[in-house]
Design a binder for this molecule. Structure first.
Ligand code: RAM
Length: 889
C-alpha cells in the first residue's frame, strides 16, 4: 500500500503558503485498509525536523505535529503506510511545502505607481446612480458606441529594474502583488503560470500576493525584471455597467525578489522609486471586460521613474490554486455573411485569445468575441451587453496594430466569455493563426458522469464547462455581463461544484471575500468581492437565498468534505449573520404584504428586508414586477430563515456551542411553525401550480404531516399540469429532483428526461455547450441572457448523489444508494473524493438491474440497493444485482 496525492492545506507542493502549521493529507492506493502510518518531515538539508514514527492509525490526515514553520521555510515530507496485513509499503514521493511571508515585517519593498496624476475620488454611489438612470433610457442601436471609452483611462504602466546575480545563487523567490493586474517578466520571459494576477479580492481589505520560484531563470550575470501593470478589477470595469474605480483610482505594484546565495547571503531587489517607468508600451488600453488596444510597433522607453506610494493593507497569501491556462482551441476560420472571418471554437469558454501570424507593420486586426450568432449568422453580443447612448459593455474586443514580420500576441489583462471570434483585418490570418485558451482556477476535476441519455451527458458536460467558465479566482454568475461573485449562485451550486471539482481552497478563499464584506449588523452581501453593483441593488444585500451563502456554504463544505475546520474558521462571521437573521424575525418592513398570523407565530414571521425571492420563474408561471425586488417575500424569507438557522444549530452543536445551538434551533422551529400557519392563508396556499412554492417547504421539512402529504401530491399534479416541464425559478430548480425522488422516483425521472422548454435537456437539444441563464437561451426575453450561467446546472449533484447514489458520509466512508429509473438503460458516475476514487454504475438487465460499486483503498461503503438490501463493503470493486418488483409485490 502506498500514500499518494500528498497535500498541505489541500494544496499540492504549495509555494508561498500563508499557514505556519499546515494540515497534511494523503490518499492510499493498492490495499484494503491502512493499519499504520509514518510521516517524516525534513528541512532543505535533509535533516529530520520531525518524525511521527510508526503510528497505529487508519487516518490519512495529520495535524502539523512539529514546531510552527517560519516565513520562507522550505520543508519536504513523506509518508509510508502499512496495510491491513501489517505489511509496510514503499515511501511516498516527497512533497514540498514552502511558507511565504507571514509577517508584515517580511516586506521591505515599497508600493510604487506610475508617475502620473489621477483623480483621488472613487466613483461614489451618485455616479452609479447616474449610470443606472441612463440605463433606463436604452439607446437606439445606431447610437451605441462599440469603441472603448478612453476618457479617464490610462495605458498599461511598464516598470523595469536591472540587477546582477553573482555566482552561487541557490534560491530566488519573487513575491509580488498589485492593486490592478500585473504581469512580470524576467529577461522577457513571463514569470509563473498565474494569469490575471493577483486575482480578485476587495483590495481595500485584502490583497493577495503570489510567490514564484525563479531560481532557474537567474544564471550569474545581468538581468532585468519588467512588470506591466493594468487596471483589472481594481479600477477597470466591474459589473454589468462596467463601473470604474471601484477599489481605488491609482494602480500600484509591490514586488520583492529575494536572492539567496550558498554562503547564506540574501540580496533583495525591491520595488521603490528607483524603478524605471513609462507608459508608452504596446498596451494602450486594457480592461477586464472591454478588451485591449495594442500597438505592437511600440516599445516602452522606461524614460521616467516610478512614484513611491502606499497601501494600507499588508499582502497575504491566498492559500488557493492559481488561475492558469487550460484547454486550447485552434479552429479553421469560416466567413460570416457580412464578410468577416469567423472562428467557431465549438465550445463556449471563458479565456484568452492568442494570435500567431506574419504581417506588415501597421496592418490592423480587430477581434470581437461573443457567445452567439444573430439570425443572419453574424456575431452578436446583444445577449451579454448592457447598452445606452454612447456606451456598450462588455465589448470583448481587441484592436491590434501589427509589427513588421512575425506577430505573436496573447490577451494579457482581459478575459472574454465566448464561443465565436470574429476578425476584421487587412493582414493574412488563416487556419492556425488564432488559438483560444480556456482560463480558470486550477482545480482538479473530480467528477465524471455518463449515461444512456446523450442529451443528459451533454448537459453534464455543459455544466462542467460552465463551472470552468465561472471560476476565475472567484465563483461568478457568468463570465460576460456581470462577472460578479453572486452569493446566491455560489450557494446553489456548491454541492454540484464539490462533486465536479476539488473546490476546497477556491471556495475557502471566496468565503474570505464574502466575510470581508460583512457589515456591523452581521449582514452579508449579494455579491462578493464588493464592487460593480448598481446603487439601487444595494438594498438587496442580505437577501435570503443569496447572503445565506455565508452559512450554507461552510455547512455543505463540512458535510461534503467531512472537514469541520471550515466551521471554526468562519464561525464568528456565521454567528453574526445568524443574529442578523434572528433580528429580522417578527419584523415588518416597508412595502411588506399583510400577513395575518397568530400572535405566537407572528414573532417568527420574516416580513422585512428586500430579497430576490424565488427569482426568475418562467414568465407564464410568475411574471416578475417591481415589487419582486422591492417588497419583502415573507414566504421565501421565513422558509430560508427556518432552514439556515437549523443548519446553524447543527454547526453550533458540532463546535460544542450548546447555547447557540439551543437559540438557533428554537428560532428555526419558531419559523417553521410560522410557515405552517402562513401556508394556510389563501395568498400562500399550498394548493398551487407554482412548483417552487411546494418544493421549498418540502425540501426544508417545514410542513406538518398532513400538509406534507398534500404538498407532495400537489407537486406531482403541478408538474403534470405544466407538461412535466420545470416551473421553478432560481432557488428551487436545484432542489426539485430531491423532493420528487424522495417519494415519487418516476415523477423525478419524468421531469429530468423532459426535453421541452423550460427543462434541462432543452439546452443541449438546442446545441448549448454551456448552461444558459434563461430557459429560453438565445431567445430570452429582451435578448439579454448569458449563455454561460452555471446555476441551472446545480441539478448535477443529484446525478451523483441520487441517480448513482454516491454520498460522502464521514471520514473514509460512503453511502452508495443508486436509484435507477426512467428510460435509462445505464448510468455511471465517478468521484475522486478526498480519500480516493469512488464509482457507482448500473445497467438495466432483463428482470432488473446490475450494479457496480468501487470503493477506494482505506475506505468503506454502505451500499443500499433499490430493493432495500444493504451491504457493508470494503475497498475494491463489488458487483450486485436486484430484480424489479412488479406493482403487485
Ligand atoms: C442576475 C445574476 C445572478 C443572479 C442575480 C439575482 O443578474 O446574473 O445570476 O443571482 O441576478
Amino acid at each position: 500500500m502506498r500514500a499518494t496525492n500528498l497535500t498541505a492545506e489541500s494544496l499540492t507542493n504549495p509555494l508561498g503558503l500563508g499557514v505556519a502549521c499546515p494540515h497534511l493529507a494523503w490518499v492510499d492506493e493498492d490495499g484494503i485498509s491502512q493499519s499504520a502510518c509514518q510521516v517524516v518531515c525534513e528541512d532543505e538539508n535533509g535533516a529530520t525536523l520531525w518524525d511521527t514514527g510508526r503510528e497505529e492509525s487508519a487516518s490519512m490526515q495529520l495535524d502539523w505535529p512539529g514546531e510552527p514553520l517560519a516565513s520562507r521555510q522550505h520543508v519536504t515530507w513523506r509518508v509510508r503506510v502499512w496495510d491491513e496485513k501489517g505489511v509496510a509499503g514503499a515511501w511516498s514521493e516527497p512533497a514540498g511545502i514552502e511558507v511565504g511571508l507571514l509577517s508584515p515585517d517580511d516586506w521591505s519593498a515599497r508600493w510604487i505607481s506610475g508617475d502620473y496624476d489621477v483623480p483621488t475620488q472613487r466613483v461614489g454611489a451618485l455616479g452609479n446612480f447616474k449610470q443606472m438612470i441612463a440605463a433606463m433610457h436604452p439607446a437606439q442601436p445606431d447610437q451605441v458606441v462599440t469603441e472603448p471609452i478612453l476618457e479617464g483611462r490610462y495605458p498599461a504602466d511598464c516598470f523595469r529594474r536591472a540587477f546582477d546575480v553573482a555566482a552561487g545563487l541557490v534560491r530566488a523567490r519573487l513575491y509580488i502583488t498589485a492593486c490592478g493586474l500585473y504581469e512580470a517578466r524576467i529577461d522577457g520571459e513571463k514569470v509563473g503560470g498565474f494569469c490575471m494576477a493577483p486575482g480578485h479580492t476587495d483590495y481595500r481589505k485584502r490583497v493577495q500576493y503570489q510567490a514564484y520560484d525563479v531560481t532557474e531563470a537567474l544564471a550569474a550575470g545581468g538581468h532585468e525584471l519588467t512588470v506591466q501593470l493594468a487596471d483589472g478589477w481594481y479600477r477597470g470595469s466591474c459589473g454589468a455597467w462596467g463601473l470604474l474605480n471601484q477599489y481605488g483610482t491609482q494602480t500600484k505594484l509591490l514586488a520583492q525578489l529575494e536572492l539567496t546565495y550558498a554562503d547564506g547571503i540574501v540580496e533583495s531587489v525591491e520595488t521603490g522609486p528607483d524603478w524605471q517607468w513609462s507608459n508608452d508600451g504596446p498596451i494602450l488600453f486594457a480592461d477586464n471586460k472591454d478588451g485591449e488596444i495594442v500597438d505592437a510597433t511600440r516599445m516602452p522607453s522606461y524614460s521616467g521613474h516610478a512614484r513611491a506610494t502606499h497601501h494600507d493593507v499588508v499582502p497575504t497569501a491566498s492559500n488557493n490554486v492559481p488561475v492558469t491556462m487550460h484547454e486550447r482551441f485552434s479552429p479553421a476560420p469560416g466567413k460570416t455573411p457580412n464578410g468577416r472571418l469567423l472562428y467557431d471554437l465549438g465550445q463556449n469558454i471563458a479565456g484568452w485569445v492568442e494570435l500567431d501570424f506574419d504581417a506588415h507593420g501597421g496592418q490592423h486586426v480587430l477581434l470581437r468575441c461573443g457567445e452567439m450568432l444573430d439570425e443572419n449568422g453574424n456575431l452578436t453580443l446583444k445577449n451579454i451587453q448592457c447598452t445606452r447612448e454612447g456606451f456598450a459593455t462588455p465589448l470583448q474586443q481587441v484592436e491590434y496594430v501589427c509589427r513588421e514580420g512575425h506577430n505573436h500576441y496573447r490577451t494579457t489583462f482581459c478575459v472574454f466569455g465566448f464561443r465565436y471570434v470574429e476578425v476584421e483585418t487587412d493582414a493574412q490570418l488563416g487556419a492556425g493563426s488564432l488559438t483560444a485558451i480556456a482560463l480558470y482556477s486550477d482545480m482538479a476535476q473530480t467528477g465524471s458522469f455518463e449515461s444512456s441519455n446523450e442529451l443528459l451527458n451533454r448537459f453534464f458536460d455543459a455544466t462542467v464547462w460552465s463551472t470552468k467558465g465561472n471560476s476565475l479566482d472567484v465563483p461568478t454568475d457568468c463570465p460576460t455581463r456581470e462577472r460578479h461573485g453572486w452569493s446566491g449562485d455560489a450557494q446553489i451550486f456548491f454541492e454540484t461544484f464539490s462533486y465536479l471539482f476539488d473546490c476546497r481552497t477556491f471556495e475557502r478563499k471566496w468565503l474570505h471575500d464574502l466575510f470581508d464584506w460583512q457589515k456591523r449588523d452581521g449582514k452579508l452581501p449579494q455579491v462578493a468581492p464588493a464592487g460593480g453593483v448598481d446603487s439601487y441593488m444595494r438594498f438587496l444585500d442580505g437577501s435570503v437565498g443569496w447572503a445565506d451563502a455565508g452559512i450554507l456554504i461552510p455547512y455543505r463544505y463540512w458535510k461534503h468534505y467531512g472537514d469541520a475546520s471550515v466551521l471554526s474558521e468562519f464561525y464568528d462571521g456565521m454567528r453574526r449573520y445568524a443574529e442578523f437573521m434572528v433580528a429580522r424575525c417578527g419584523k415588518t418592513g416597508p412595502f411588506a404584504p399583510r400577513v395575518r398570523l397568530s400572535r405566537e407565530n407572528r414573532r417568527y414571521l420574516v416580513n422585512m428586508g428586500q430579497s430576490y425571492g424565488e427569482w426568475a420563474e418562467p414568465e407564464d408561471v410568475h411574471k416578475m414586477d417591481w415589487k419582486d425586488t422591492v417588497a419583502p417575500h415573507p414566504e421565501v424569507a421565513t422558509a430560508y430563515t427556518a432552514y439556515v438557522l437549523g443548519c446553524m444549530a447543527q454547526i453550533a452543536a458540532e463546535l460544542g456551542r450548546a447555547e447557540d445551538e439551543e437559540r438557533y434551533r428554537a428560532y428555526s422551529e419558531g419559523c417553521r411553525r410560522a410557515y405552517q400557519e402562513l401556508s394556510q392563508l389563501p395568498e400562500y396556499t399550498l394548493d398551487t401550480d407554482r412548483q417552487a412554492r411546494l418544493v421549498r417547504p418540502l425540501v426544508f421539512g417545514l410542513l406538518d404531516e398532513s400538509q406534507t402529504d398534500f404538498a407532495r401530491e400537489r407537486l406531482v399534479r403541478a408538474c403534470e399540469n405544466y407538461g412535466w416541464r420545470l416551473g421553478t425559478g432560481f432557488l428551487s430548480t436545484p432542489l426539485i429532483m430531491d423532493v420528487l425522488a424522495s417519494y415519487d422516483l418516476d415523477a423525478a425521472y419524468r421531469l429530468l428526461e423532459n426535453e421541452q422548454m423550460p427543462g434541462w435537456l432543452f439546452m443541449p437539444k438546442m446545441g448549448a455547450t454551456t448552461v444558459w441563464e434563461s430557459w429560453e437561451g438565445t431567445q430570452a426575453q429582451g435578448g439579454i441572457a448569458s449563455l454561460n450561467h452555471y446555476s441551472k446546472g446545480a441539478v448535477c449533484a443529484w446525478l451523483f448523489r441520487v441517480m448513482c447514489g454516491i454520498e460522502p458520509d464521514g471520514e473514509r466512508h460512503f453511502t452508495v444508494a443508486p436509484r435507477p429509473g426512467g428510460h435509462f438503460s445505464h448510468a455511471r458516475a465517478a468521484y475522486q473524493s478526498s480519500c480516493g476514487r469512488v464509482e457507482s454504475g448500473w445497467v438495466r438487465t432483463d428482470g432488473g438491474w446490475r450494479f457496480s460499486v468501487t470503493v477506494p483503498s482505506n475506505a468503506s461503503a454502505t451500499v443500499v440497493l433499490p430493493d432495500g438490501s444493504r451491504y457493508e463493503v470494503a475497498a475494491g470493486t463489488h458487483e450486485f444485482s436486484c430484480t424489479i418488483r412488479s406493482q403487485e409485490d
